[in-house]
Design a protein around this ligand. Structure first.
Ligand code: HEC
Length: 151
């Protein structure tokens, strides 16, 4: 019994010491979802060619902006698109098809399917875009989005 109590006290002392160690190494408050670097992205997006991703995004630019301060165009502003429910950009009037799309989040995998053929992915949606046939082009533009929709 006495030994048990000693052990418990010792354990709490170690715990307290560990908790007090180096309080100054705590990092300052980071933005909710900071922009990742290419190397931080999960595979296969960490192997993307960002310059090509930017070039492919030129096809989206007529309809989409990426930075929070920019507004909706023909399509919704894509800031934070990976961190929110589909069809939830403020002040954008979505098609009933996309508004009724029940996925929890836009993941990179879902956007890959969406961009490969928007029409067959979600019949009746309002994004009039033929899609991107080359898988590497989709990988590259999605990596570009993963980084640039969080700035
Ligand atoms: C001709 C205009 C146009 C082009 C080009 C276009 N989009 Fe869209 N996009 C839209 C519209 C409109 C919607 C909303 C569709 C709806 O409501 O059904 C949309 C929706 C989206 C969404 C879902 C957004 C949300 O808030 O849920 C994503 C992601 C997206 N587009 C990505 C892209 C990417 C990436 C490209 C380029 C490879 C692209 N789009 C090209 C018009 C466009």
């Amino acid at each position: 019994m006495a030994l048990n109590r000693k052990l418990i006290m010792l354990a709490s002392a170690v715990f307290l010491l560990a908790a007090c160690e180096n309080p100054e190494t705590e990092s300052p408050a980071a933005p909710a979802v900071p922009a990742p670097a290419l190397a931080d992205l999960p595979a296969p997006w960490n192997a993307a060619d960002l310059a090509n991703g930017k070039a492919v995004f030129a096809k989206c630019k007529a309809c989409h902006t990426l930075v929070a301060s920019e507004g909706n165009l023909v399509g919704p502003n894509l800031h934070g698109v990976f961190d929110r429910h589909p069809a939830t950009q403020r002040r954008f009037k979505y098609s009933p098809a996309l508004a009724g799309f029940k996925e929890e989040h836009w993941t990179p995998e879902l956007i890959d399917h969406w961009l490969s053929n928007p029409k067959s992915f979600l019949p009746g949606n309002g994004m009039f875009f033929n899609g991107i046939g080359k898988p590497e082009d989709r990988r590259d533009v999605i990596a570009y989005l993963l980084i640039n929709t969080r700035k």
